[in-house]
Structure formats: C-alpha cells, structure tokens
Design a protein around this ligand. Structure first.
Ligand code: BTN
Length: 340
C-alpha cells in the first residue's frame, strides 16, 4: 500500500512537471492541476515543493497558480523519464548529487534485485573508476557519469561486444548533438581531435555459462571548461572542443545515446552478433590504418592496426609481418608521445 502511494506520488510529480514544461508561457492554477490529476491541492503543493528542491525555479502566485521559470541545471530523474522513453521497456532513472561511483551504487542496487534498464547518474563522483584501475575525474556538473544495468541472456564471452555497442552509440550521439568528429579508440574510448572525451567501463557478474548482470559505466566530459594539468594533453571536453560559450544540454546527449544504444543492443540480442556496431566502430575508428603501440604487462610493441574483427577484436600486424588478433582485456594503446 505504502509502495503504491509512493509510485503514484512520483508519477503525479512527473505529470505536473510535464504540464509546467509544456506551459511555460502561462500560470497553471493549483485547482487545475489537482483536478487534472485527481489529487488534493496540498498534494500538488507538496509536489511543487519537491520539484523546487530538485532545482526547478517555479513561481507561485496566489490566485494565479504556478509557472516554470527555469529548469533545474542538475539532471533529474523526473525530467529524464519524461524525455527518454522506450516502446520496448521502462527506464528506471536515479539521479544523485554525489556518489563514490555510479557503478558501485548500481552494483548494490543490482544485488538488491534492481530491474534491467536501471540507470544511475550522478552530478559528481568522489571515486570514479576507469579501466585498468585508473581514476575517472568526475567534477561536479561537468559530465555525464552514468551506469546502466543490463541482464542479457547471452553467453558471457559475448559480453565484451556490449562495450563496442556503447562506443558506437556514444559516438553517434556526440556527432548528432554537437557535430564534432568523434572517433572510437578501440576498445573503449571516444576521442575528438586526438583527445579523449569519453571512457567506457563494462563490468560483469556471471557464472560459467550465464550472465547475472552487466554494468555499463560511461563517463563523458561534456561541459568541463578546463582540464586538469595531469591529463590535459590527452583529454578534453565537448564544450572545449566546440569552443562554445553555451553549455551543451546533457539531456540531448543522453536521449540520442539511448535511441542509438537501444537499436544497436536490440539488434545484438536478436542475432548475437554486433555487426551493425562493429561497422560503426570501423567507420569511425581512430586507429585503423595507423601505427600504434600496444602496451601489455608493461611491455610495448609497435603494430599497424589492420581492422576490427566481426567479434570486436583488434587485428594488428607486428613489425615482423606476423598478424595477431587482440582481445580488449588488458591492453593500452598509445601513439608515440601522443594519446592517439
Ligand atoms: C575508462 O576510460 O577507463 C573508463 C571510464 C569510465 C568512467 C565511468 S563514469 C560512470 C561510471 N562510474 C565509474 O566509476 N566509472 C564509470
């Protein structure tokens, strides 16, 4: 009973927000809202206060009603679930102000039985994690720090392809929303003009033949205005790359990402091949045809990148002419002194 009321409350708050967003040119009375959603005026007032707490600037004038003046700058679960919808499943967005890592929080939620397509976002992370034990700098409000819970019915060895699917969807989203020439640095980085703007960390809980869940962690540097000294040679933000005075709307990037991700992930589940995503990874590869250094267990080797295989591995040629297929696992790729 309590749970049901809570869900109704959230749904009603979302509907009120949607109504205010659709009517920013006028006041909507408390009476209208309470009649429209079949709730008391007090319930409307409470929902409005909760929206204000989330950062929405809402003017209330007695005998006129409520008007939305400014949307919240922080990402809000109510707004995301209005803005991002699927015909095939529900999204369960959860937006936090601060967490150690969205992937850590999502792991706890998954262990407590959270459904597939639960998405945790945070305005900042105090302990954002990258691949190979690296740190992911997650300054407040500057990026998209997001983890998505998936429960694919596939053999565990197929799971690495989910990174390629996500990389393709992020690349298409960045290109679509900003027009920037985003490229994929296999296996899990997105770069713009040679500098990293996004990293992907895919983590899995599995038995020998069965996946319990996959946590897809994605960090995108969206609106950062300066880059920390220690990474400024190899990282940038979309805002810096665009030389834009305006902030980029993170919701647009998210909406575009999810529309591409759903289509590519759906195709993957249908036939267990990531053909479409691999084609995108090839088309927008930052490294195919280039000479790079593959770094494994502290050892660096010069190789020419020939292709990405249909299985999502990297096909390279060593200086002695030997060809090798590399799986994503534990390799880093560098290009001389440059990041890429
Ligand atoms: C990498 O480039 O090494 C991967 C970086 C992944 C960062 C994201 S941010 C959201 C999620 N939470 C984390 O702690 N890490 C991932």
């Amino acid at each position: 009973m309590i749970e049901l009321r809570k869900v109704e409350g959230v749904t009603m708050r979302k509907e009120i927000l949607k109504t205010l967003m659709e009517n920013t040119d006028k006041y909507i009375s408390g009476e209208t809202l309470s009649q429209r959603f079949g709730v008391s005026r007090t319930a409307v007032w409470k929902a409005i206060n909760q929206l204000k707490e989330q950062g929405y600037e809402i003017e209330s004038i007695s005998r006129k009603g409520y008007k939305l003046l400014e949307k919240a700058s922080a990402l809000s679960a109510d707004e995301l679930s209005i803005f991002i919808k699927s015909d095939n499943h529900a999204y369960f967005f959860r937006c936090e102000k601060t967490v150690d890592s969205t992937s850590n929080l999502l792991k706890q939620l998954a262990n407590d039985g959270a459904p597939e397509w639960t998405v945790v976002l945070s305005e900042e992370q105090s302990d954002g994690r990258g691949r190979l034990g690296r740190q992911w700098i997650s300054n407040v409000g500057e990026g998209i720090y997001m983890s998505l819970l998936l429960k694919p019915d596939i053999q565990p060895f197929h799971a690495a392809k989910i990174t390629q699917i996500a990389a393709s969807a992020v690349t298409l989203a960045i290109r679509e929303v900003t027009g920037l020439p985003a490229l994929i640095k296999w296996p899990n980085d997105i770069v713009v003009e040679g500098k990293k703007v996004c990293g992907i960390l895919t983590e899995m809980s599995a038995e020998l033949n069965q996946i319990n869940h996959v946590i897809l962690g994605i960090g995108i540097n969206v609106n950062g205005e300066s880059i920390d000294d220690e990474i400024k040679d190899k990282a940038t933000s979309l805002k810096i790359a665009l030389s834009s005075a305006e902030k980029i709307d993170r919701k647009l990037v998210l909406k575009s990402f999810y529309s591409h991700f759903e289509a590519l992930y759906g195709a993957f589940l249908d036939d267990k091949t990531a053909t479409k995503s691999i084609a995108i990874c090839r088309e927008y590869s930052a490294i195919i045809g280039k000479t790079v250094q593959i770094i494994r267990r502290q050892e660096s080797q010069d190789v020419t990148v020939l292709d990405i295989t249909d299985e999502g591995e990297l096909l390279v040629r060593h200086v002695d002419g030997r060809e090798e297929v590399i799986i994503s696992g534990e390799v880093s790729i560098r290009r001389g002194e440059q990041y890429i």
